[in-house]
Design a protein around this ligand. Sequence first.
Ligand code: BJW
Ligand code: ZN
Length: 225
Amino acid sequence: MLTGAGISAESGVPTFREPGGLWDSAPVDKVATAEGFAADPPGVWQWYHERRREMSAARPNAGHTALAELEQRITAGGGEFTLITQNVDGLHVAAGSQSVIRVHGSLADVRCTRCEFRRHVGMGQIDDVPTCPQCGVPLRPDVVWFGEALPAEAWQAAAGACGRCDVFMAVGTSALVHPAAGLIDLAIDAGAKTVEINVAPTPASHMVDIPLRGPAGEILPQIVQ
Ligand code: BJW
Ligand code: ZN
């Protein structure tokens, strides 16, 4: 299972590339690259504080809950279920999903731009520009920006699961951002039955066996039923 921003849309969390989405109001190279952060830590933090505030008010929707239930059922029957998410909002864990691989990090975590310091800070209010207690430089959100490698352990686990799965679903992702979008190809190459759930077509739509058009919060509960 690969999820993207669309699964959280029905919880009120904005997506990136839809009209009116996050990339309409923020320049990607300024807020989602290491270079942009180095040039203006307060400006980038301001944008992330606003998103953290939005996320702290968001609650899991029927799509998140359905995936948690699907996992419970499959594992109770002795099967394997892996939820790979590109989302940084924490809503899958809040919904009760157990096996969650976050390939783009988490907005509830910060890390140092110089040393190995990392801390879970939750979604509550933090300093305007938090600094590292070990070396004093600005801390950054522990998310993956463009041009950065995905966390190695998470990526290996995600690629491994896709390489041995029988059924693969891509839910609420534009399938444009790599390497995450390449997980769909890995699953196809592994011979998996593939499903896409999305309100709009994506580059993956013609690749999957079953493209399902509609909101994840409606389709996923029906699949579980
Ligand atoms: C609904 C719905 C509802 C709405 N129900 N559906 C190969 C080819 C081309 C480019 C590259 C490539 N390999 C690498 C690249 C470069 C780049 C990339 O992919 N660029 C493309 C955009 C062109 N990738 C990278 O830079 C990655 N790093 C990398 O490759 O490093 C290489 C390296 C190796 C070794 C050492 C060093 C470097 C990193 C990518 C990081 C992405 N980060 C972001 C920001 C995270 C932090 C934050 O949140 O601020 O991750 S960008 C943003 O996009 C975010 C998302 O996770 C990601 C994916 O977006 P997502 O989730 O798909 O959202 P949307 O908005 O695009 O789509 C929403 C979808 O939902 C839509 O389809 C709607 O229709 C649908 N929807 N409501 C169902 N109710
Ligand atoms: Zn440090």
